[in-house]
Design a protein. Structure first.
Length: 552
């Protein structure tokens, strides 16, 4: 329906609204652009920078719009038109024709906005980010982003020459959410968000935190994609829901897809090739599960995926999101479960990503004593903020829902649990009770485990937790963290220490093998021999053994 205004129709190119639109500083572009009705009069305004001429489609045919500002503001006055209507314009690139994006209603409903603010929009991945769908009878792409400290947010891409003036977004009240439906936009388009900070006035560009795909690194733009995979693992998923994993054997193969195998030229293999080769190897070796080191998008190969920049996107190094769905599907057909390494504790400082996302410490704490991890040079998530907690909860659900992942191995849980983790005295802030426990992170981990198990029966969550925190793998209703299992780091260290002893002296170190039995039943333990023990000069398992090559 056309918007009805109580003010006089503004046809001036010198009005405050017009000048704000031209300067890309208008806080509510929908209040001025599009169609507006005042009494029996109506006006349609369009902002198309660099357009030579603009026409509007009416029941009587195409009619020229009147230019009122040299930057590209055009108006048409007359009887109200049925919505949506089309615009046709010519610029230096040629002739264009599209629906006017500023005549469409909101994309987000009030319930979604409320749940997002509460941190309980567990399917936020269906709403935020970029999604192609039909809105008010027209196909296009809706963009939604959270940036509460921005004065203006625009979506930019090849489709608008990366010009932040062309597609400013609609602010949804005080929620901090911004949205825009761009009609007729195609799958495959790349995009980012351009923002203007409301206090400093600084303009900057960020990639989409909720993007489902990205360009191949080192490029960082998000990409519009669709989920077109047809799953064939229904029998696996049904069996998983009733599987008694606590009384069944489990043999997990940890693998980094980028280094497991490469082609003859040293290039990465595709998800399809990896699925075929890796599943055969795992079957031959008797593995029941694979655990993938992080496949979420990341800018730096050397990080092995542990510095995540795209939490909702499988890395484009090996293919598309649908290619990764087919990868998981293939393993399920082979009877092998797929676990993902997940990094909810910290994220990199890249200025195009989550760091200082809207010009402020949004996803992280502002105080470096809470918000920075000096060991890894990363920022720490602010688990006390509803929207940030909801981002991570939705992300966990996303991999289980959209990719049929069978479990998450949660990285560096100890760094989440303790405020003084790897910090000297005076460089950390106690909790509200004066303790070192990170109460907000504890609540997050418990909620994550509860939500995942309620929504995805049979899913596993495994904690890489290196301290003696009690009841990590016990239910939340008895005071535990709710994980399915915990890595037994003590067993790993003791076993490798024993392995490194010369056989002549091992009889003096038998306690290394037996000590773990003192606590073996306090948790549901996984016994790991992981990548952490063979990197950074720690030597391979073979090299840890004493003796020469023949003796090993």
């Amino acid at each position: 329906m056309p918007r009805h205004d109580s003010t006089m129709i503004d046809l001036s190119g010198a009005s405050a609204d017009c000048l704000a639109i031209c300067a890309a500083r208008h806080p509510d572009p929908f209040a001025w652009l599009g169609q507006h009705v005042v009494g029996q009069q109506s006006v349609r305004r369009a902002f198309l920078p660099d357009a030579f001429r603009v026409e509007i489609q009416t029941p009587k045919g195409w009619i020229a719009m009147e230019p009122i500002h040299s930057d590209g503001v055009f108006v048409h006055q007359g009887e109200a038109l049925p919505l949506p209507y089309r615009l046709r314009w010519e610029d230096r690139h040629g002739l264009h024709e599209h629906y006017d994006p500023y005549v469409f209603g909101p994309v987000l409903g009030d319930l979604e906005i409320y749940l997002f603010g509460e941190g309980r929009l567990y399917e936020a991945y269906h709403h935020l980010g970029a999604h192609r769908h039909r809105h008010e009878g027209v196909d296009g792409v809706s963009f939604v982003v959270w940036a509460p400290n921005a004065e203006r947010v625009s979506v930019v891409g090849d489709f608008n020459d990366w010009d932040g003036r062309i597609h400013p977004m609609r602010a949804r009240g005080l929620s901090g959410l911004w949205e825009l439906f761009v009609p007729e936009l195609a799958v495959g388009e790349i995009y980012k968000f351009e923002m203007r900070h409301r206090d400093s006035g600084v303009v900057f560009v960020k990639t989409d935190p909720y993007a489902n795909a990205f360009e191949l690194r080192p490029s960082t733009a998000a990409r519009v994609v669709e989920d077109n995979h047809v799953w064939t693992d229904q029998s696996w998923m049904a069996a998983r829901a009733g599987h008694d994993w606590q009384h069944a054997p489990m043999n997990i193969y940890e693998v980094h897809l980028g280094s497991w195998q490469r082609d003859a030229a040293g290039h990465f293999l595709s998800y399809a090739t990896l699925a075929e080769r890796l599943s055969i190897y795992c079957k031959d070796m008797g593995y029941t599960h694979i655990e993938l080191m992080p496949v979420m998008e990341h800018p730096l190969d050397e990080s092995w995926g542990y510095q995540v920049s795209g939490y909702f996107a499988p890395t484009s190094r090996f293919g598309t999101p649908d290619d990764f769905r087919a990868f998981v599907d293939h393993f399920h057909q082979a009877g092998i479960g797929v676990l993902l390494d997940w990094v909810p504790g910290h994220f990199p400082r890249d200025d195009w990503g989550l760091a200082r996302f809207d010009g402020t410490a949004l996803y992280e704490h502002a105080d470096p004593r809470e918000g920075e991890h000096s060991d890894w040079g990363t920022y720490i998530f602010n688990f006390g903020r509803n929207e940030v907690r909801g981002f991570l909860l939705a992300n966990a659900c996303y991999w289980a829902d959209s990719f049929h992942i069978d479990g998450l191995r949660v990285d560096a849980v100890a760094s989440l649990l303790y405020r003084d983790y790897s910090r000297p005295e005076g460089e950390w802030i106690p909790n509200q009770y004066g303790g070192r426990e990170n109460l907000e992170a504890i609540d997050f981990l418990r909620e994550m485990n509860v939500v995942l198990n309620e929504r995805h029966p049979g899913i596993l969550t495994i904690a890489e937790e290196s301290t003696s925190w009690p009841m990590v793998s016990r239910p939340t209703y008895v005071g535990g963290l709710g994980f399915s299992m915990k890595w037994n780091m003590g067993w790993m260290n003791d076993t490798l220490a024993y392995l490194e002893q010369d056989p002549v002296y091992r009889r003096f170190h038998q306690n290394d093998l037996t000590f773990s039995q003192l606590y073996a039943y306090t948790e549901n333990f996984v016994l790991p021999l992981s990548h952490d023990e063979v990197v950074h000069g720690k030597r391979s398992l073979l090299d840890k053994m004493p003796g020469d090559a023949w003796q090993r």
